[in-house]
Design a protein around this ligand. Structure first.
Ligand code: SF4
Length: 229
């Protein structure tokens, strides 16, 4: 397993854990606002192999208690289960970030009890999912299946949406609210403008827009919150 990035310690990525964050390259989405596009398009060279990562982790006993695995899209890796098993055998808990496009692999990991926390992106309403994920012929059934797997598992989870002024509207948040009605945790994250994203014309929503969207989704997910504002 090749690893494309490593943040050696974070208090933010894995709720209630002191973790490191592992970045895996490759993604099957092409979100126009992606902040990690160098991981998606393959331009970032690998940083290390898993052997070197496990050596790093070995030295972090007592300092870290978790590993957050992100991307790119980690579930594209056919050997992700073995990678997670090894981390857990070493005594660390595992959080997985996913775009929700690989429900079968997600289900396997959930059933095998390999995950301690799952965070899934909800890109937009079903109608605008393909546009927002940058994939024209997207199979949104796979997204809905992942939502159902996560919500019916007993694993702590969150859904989150990166909100972009040009891509989201009140109607979209009504539709998203219906998709994840009753979810335990849902976060709206304000897009931040960066030079490295594929579509540099995209802009951040105002604080007022974010508050309005929060009000809409709270009808469906009372515990919904803004993050990073
Ligand atoms: S799913 Fe995530 S990593 Fe993949 S393109 Fe979208 S924002 Fe980037």
């Amino acid at each position: 397993m090749l690893i494309h990035g490593l943040q050696k310690m974070t208090l933010l990525d894995f709720p209630e854990h002191i973790a490191c964050t592992v970045f895996l390259g490759g993604c099957d989405f092409r979100c126009p606002y992606c902040h990690n596009f160098e991981l998606v398009d393959g331009s970032a060279p690998p940083l290390m192999n898993d052997e070197k990562f496990f050596k790093f982790l070995e030295k972090r006993h007592g300092l870290l208690d978790g590993v957050a695995i992100t991307g790119g899209e980690p579930l594209l890796r056919t050997d992700i289960a073995d990678f997670i098993k090894k981390i857990r055998t070493m005594g660390f808990k595992v959080k997985l970030d996913t775009n929700g496009y690989h429900p079968e692999r997600l289900q396997e990991l959930c059933q095998e009890g390999l995950l301690d926390y799952v965070a899934m992106d909800i890109k937009n309403s079903i109608e605008k999912y393909g546009l927002t994920a940058g994939v024209e012929s997207i199979d949104t059934g796979r997204i809905l299946k992942s939502i159902s797997i996560i919500m019916t598992s007993d694993i702590p989870y969150e859904f989150r949406t990166t909100v972009v002024h040009e891509l989201h509207s009140d109607e979209d948040f009504i539709a998203i609210g219906e998709m994840i009605k009753g979810a335990s945790h849902y976060y709206l994250q304000q897009y931040t403008e960066r030079d490295t994203v594929p579509d540099k014309k995209l802009t951040a929503p105002s604080g007022e827009e974010m508050e309005r969207y929060l009000g809409i989704v709270k009808e469906f997910v009372p515990n919904a919150m803004l993050r990073g504002l």
